[in-house]
Design a protein around this ligand. Sequence first.
Ligand code: ZN
Length: 199
Amino acid sequence: MKGLLLAFLLGASIQSQAVDPMLASLDGLFQMVNPSLPQNAYFPKFAQEKIWWLVEQQKQGRLDVVLLNSLANTNLTADDLMSSAIVNGRLTLAVVQTRLTTFLAEGKVNQLQIKNDFMLGVVHEVVHLQNPKLASSNHLAEEQRAWREVNSNVVRKLRASKQPMNKRFIAVDDALKACKDQLPCPSLARILLPSEIRR
Ligand SMILES: [Zn+2]
């Protein structure tokens, strides 16, 4: 499935159209991380720039946002929320529907955390998508690069201001600190390894 609109770009809501409720929920998450909202002014500049870059790709018609309702023929698992790839020259952001369902349920408990987690996920995927050598890069090395990039520029700042986020981000920050932010970082690799073959 393709063609999800990042509705905030267009100043319109896709909810007014006959649309899959999951797509509407996903769109709601994108709207929630809109960097121009005053309540999102605390997003570090790096994060804001990455989100605006994605918005720009969307405006120029270079981005497909895909909701995966089946994991058949992918290397994703139900634990993954998002994944990105460049498919036939097009930027593709894939969101796993089963994980999105549990993610939204978590959001009913802590909406601020879910906003931060979703923003961090989007920023992480943009770091991948901006890598011109994404297709040919070693997967584990590329994951470590993306995690470090997002960690030093976003996670560490949010953590310092006590913003809630998934404990995986905290574990990664601790691992990178233990490695003095140098890559490859074995303690980071250990956290990422269970999903090493996935993207
Ligand atoms: Zn990744």
